[in-house]
Design a protein around this ligand. Structure first.
Ligand SMILES: Nc1ncnc2c1ncn2[C@@H]1O[C@H](COP(=O)(O)OP(=O)(O)OP(=O)(O)O)[C@@H](O)[C@H]1O
Length: 578
């Protein structure tokens, strides 16, 4: 998984990566050269009292150190740039893929995990790229180079390398191996914490209204405790690594001094060579440690890369056609032909053979009891979901044969729960048409019966809208969403219970104002209230996902018992209220 992500996303950085490898090469060679120089200074300069040699070798050492510093800075800078670039590209890739998802894929994953995959998981991969840029090349070179250089200093002590290196590698690897199972749990805990937090923030009013703060606090604590527990488990193992490393480092130093001193005493080795040997052993052990750490980071990033590729590899169930057919220009009729639709995993279809035709210039209403499938019916028209049987036709063309852009540009959907974006009234309305003039926005607001309250807002069109539109009332949000659809001037309007939060007189005024602008467009209105659709040209009655009646209001009163039932239940509710 990680390899695939690396191959796909490091590709564009081939140039900087080559430079990075060269820089690391130079830096590592410089590091390997320094202990040997130091040893020479001791043996040739200090021991023999040759100040000239000390000065010249010291100067050389200084120059090598400066080169090492310069290349390390450059490599770190370049590594950080590549890592940040890979992070940016991955986030953009996930964002683009999620943008293509249909409602089905979004609900399959759920928003919290998609967010943590695009943030936390990408950070894991980004970290491994950064660490890799710093260590991937230098650690093995340092290890092999260190061994060669150490042997050059003294072969007699080489058995120490043969003992210390595997000992360190093995003990650190054992600890790290125990960390690995925690990594998946850690990412899943992040998802869990995000999910609970998100639910609490969005549902804060419900939580307060039902005095469920304690319950919610406990729910969050549970998620938080699991996350903390896993992080602590990893932390505890991590805490083990440092003492192990230090014990092996220090024991190696003592061993080098112990056995080296004997060799110096016997005249088999010089003090400088001993110092150099010790430095090389440290460098070797350091590189082993870096390599083991790197493998830990890789294990963690592999889990994250798996979670990322799961998103990247998920294809939207709503696909673009291979050979798209252009929708005919002009008025666009909507036809549902024997439409069957079942939500994924559900046994019973929500829509069962629904057929209806909505013509331009006419208002088609859909009414039915709650849960009868009205919203589902609207969502298959713009391909938020694809039908599982039958077909939806726009202007006589199957929506699956036209490009999604073509379909969406014809349709203005006002969802049951309209969403407004952080920004201003104007920026939200211009979602419909980025080039709309202020006059056009005011006209849309006037029709949507929203001009009065927008005018009363402190900055008019430039008044701020909070995320989700939470700083306006439900009814205001609905009217702004209607205005947004009006600004787009689509061929087909789909109003999903969009008038439900309006009082009866605003509802009536809005419908009257809509009439002239929808003279040539197809309008489909889903409604609960009979009064909203009383003057629709065509009313379709839905019951349990099937059409049980169709016609005008008066016709249905004669022919459709379900419609009569709805009318009567609403009338008796009104009478009871009066
Ligand atoms: N995303 C979903 N996944 C699975 N089942 C769903 C989903 N959305 C809706 N349903 C089911 O489909 C059925 C029809 O829902 P739909 O929202 O279309 O009804 P509706 O007539 O618009 O209801 P209301 O008037 O209350 O909005 C319901 O039984 C519901 O449980």
């Amino acid at each position: 998984m990680l390899l695939r992500v690396m191959r796909d996303y490091l590709g564009p950085y081939r140039g900087p990566l080559v430079v990075l490898v060269l820089l690391q090469l130079v830096g590592t060679i410089a590091s390997l050269y320094l202990p040997s120089l130091n040893g020479r200074i001791i043996d040739e300069g200090v021991a023999k009292g040759d100040t000239g040699y000390i000065m010249s070798a010291g100067g050389w050492m200084l120059a090598v150190s400066l080169i090492q510093i310069a290349v390390t800075i450059a490599a770190t800078y370049l590594g950080a740039r590549v890592a940040a670039g890979v992070g940016r590209d991955l986030r953009a890739g996930i964002f683009a893929r999620v943008g293509d998802f249909s409602a089905q894929e979004v609900s399959r994953f759920g928003a919290p995990t998609l967010i943590s995959r695009n943030t936390n998981d990408v950070t894991q991969v980004q970290t491994v790229v950064f660490m890799g840029a710093a260590m991937m090349v230098s650690a093995p070179i340092m290890m092999v180079g260190g061994i060669v250089m150490a042997l050059r200093e003294d072969v007699g002590l080489s058995w120490l390398v043969a003992v210390a290196v595997p000992l360190l590698a093995l003990s650190v690897a054992l600890v790290i191996r125990r960390m690995i199972p925690n990594f998946r749990l850690m990412q899943e805990s992040v998802d869990w914490v995000n999910r609970v937090l998100r639910e609490q923030i969005t549902g804060i009013r419900v939580v307060r209204a039902f005095v469920r703060e304690d319950h919610e606090r406990a729910r969050f604590a549970e998620a938080n405790t699991q996350y903390t527990g896993t992080a602590l488990a990893v932390g505890r193992l991590m805490a083990l690594v440092f003492p192990i490393v230090m014990v092996i480092f220090n024991a190696s130093t003592v061993a080098v001094l112990w056995f080296g001193a004997q060799r110096v005493d016997n005249g088999q080795m010089q003090i400088g060579e001993l110092t150099a040997f010790m430095s090389y052993l440290m460098q070797i052990l350091m590189s082993v440690m870096m390599a083991t750490f790197m493998s830990m980071m890789i294990a963690r990033a592999t889990v994250s890369a798996g979670r990322i590729t799961e998103v990247l590899d998920t294809d939207s169930t709503v696909v673009q056609p291979a050979a798209p057919v252009a929708l005919p220009p002009g008025g666009t009729s909507v036809e549902l032909r024997d439409v069957v639709f079942a939500y994924p995993g559900a046994d019973v279809p929500v829509l069962q053979g629904v057929s209806l035709t909505a013509e331009p210039g006419r208002t088609t209403a859909i009414i039915g009891s709650t849960g009868s499938g009205k919203s589902t019916l609207l969502s298959v028209i713009p391909r938020l979901y694809d039908v599982t049987g039958g077909a939806v036709l726009l202007g006589g063309v199957d929506v699956r044969e036209a490009t999604l852009e073509d379909v969406w540009s014809r349709i203005g959907l006002v969802p049951q729960k309209p969403y407004l974006f952080t920004g201003t009234v104007a920026s939200n309305l211009r979602y419909g048409d980025a080039d709309a003039t202020d006059e056009e926005l005011w006209e849309a607001l006037r029709i949507a019966q929203a001009d009065d309250f927008v005018r009363a807002m402190p900055d008019g069109l430039e008044s701020a809208i909070a995320q989700g539109g939470t700083n306006v009332s439900g009814g205001q949000r609905q009217r702004l969403a209607i205005a947004r659809a009006l600004v787009a001037k689509p061929d087909v309007y789909l109003f999903d219970d969009s008038f439900s939060a309006l009082d009866l007189s605003t509802d009536a005024r809005l419908r009257a104002a809509l009439k002239p602008v929808t003279r040539h467009t197809t309008v489909i209105v889903v409604a609960q209230r009979v009064s909203t659709i009383i003057d629709a040209d065509h009313i379709v009655v839905l019951d349990d996902g099937a059409v049980v009646g169709a016609g005008t209001h008066d016709e249905l009163l004669e022919t459709c018992p379900t419609f009569v039932e709805i009318v009567e239940s609403q009338r008796s509710a009104e009478e009871a209220a009066a």
